[in-house]
Design a protein around this ligand. Structure first.
Ligand code: MF3
Ligand code: CO
Length: 258
């Protein structure tokens, strides 16, 4: 039904995603007060090119940068700019790499210095939502099982799920079918098949779920201007569960070292 990848193609996708993760780890130390988001983007682009890749987002429907950097009430698709980070900011950094014909796509939400307890909880719960969604991502399950797991955990914690933006298939194209919403009912939607590769990317809001697009044509923000968090892994569906192709461990390590 959807494009199924061979084992060899999945290994290439893993290489692309590991370069994405290494890039996010390389900029982890820049999440500090006074740092301009376009400096972070510049460093990421250099790192990607130094490692033989090409930024996967740059030029995609005219997107102008290598990273999406979305701060506080910016949900996703924030364009790097002269804006400087401040103590207490939540910073979603989304990175894409094209390497050997395959797109890696992964995102991680960093915190700048000390953040409020509610922001810290939002980051923790959003990451848990991603992991719970991934637990449903195995052969024979359906797309709605993933969304339901994400939605349940977010709403049980008093948060809300962005509906308009979704996860997606990933491979030779950055966005392939199927769409992977972060909400839904169990047992609904397309069946997940062995060898399908998808990016799961919950966007969870502290306040209400509603969003709007800024006049730059990209940046998505919450209507109520409360913060939002975003984590994304690219995974391969296997008979016995998901094979996670991106890697948060090296990012966690980089975060703990500074
Ligand atoms: N992970 C984001 C997505 O899948 C990346 C956006 S890429 C952009 O939507 F090029 F559109 F910015
Ligand atoms: Co994505």
């Amino acid at each position: 039904m959807f494009q199924i990848k061979s084992d060899e193609e999945i290994e290439l996708l893993r290489q692309s995603n590991l370069l994405v993760s290494a890039t996010l780890a390389a900029v982890a130390g820049m999440m500090m007060p006074g740092m301009a988001t376009n400096a972070i983007d510049k460093r990421a682009e250099e790192f990607i090119r130094d490692h033989g890749g090409v930024p996967g987002f740059k030029g995609y429907h005219g997107y102008p940068a290598s990273l999406c950097i979305s701060v506080n009430d910016q949900v996703v698709h924030g364009i790097p700019s002269a804006r400087v980070l401040m103590e207490g900011d939540l910073v979603s950094v989304d990175c894409g790499v094209l390497l050997n014909g395959f797109h890696g796509d992964s995102a991680y939400t960093f915190t700048v210095g000390e953040v409020s307890p509610e922001k810290a909880k939002l980051v923790r719960v959003t990451r848990e939502c991603l992991i719970l969604g991934i637990k449903e991502a195995k052969s024979g399950k359906r797309v709605g099982d993933i969304g339901n797991a994400v939605q349940k955990h977010a709403e049980q914690n008093g948060f809300s799920v962005v509906r308009e933006m979704v996860g997606h298939g990933v491979g030779r194209q950055l966005h392939e079918p199927p769409e992977v919403p972060n909400y839904g009912r169990p047992g609904t939607g397309p069946v997940l098949q062995n060898g399908l590769t998808i990016a799961i990317e919950p966007m969870i809001n502290l306040g209400k779920r509603h969003i709007y697009q800024e006049r730059d044509g990209w940046t998505i923000r919450t209507n109520d201007h409360k913060p939002s968090a975003h984590f994304e892994h690219s995974v391969a569906i296997r008979e016995d569960g998901a094979d996670i192709l991106s890697d948060f461990m090296i990012i966690d390590e980089a975060v703990s070292k500074f």
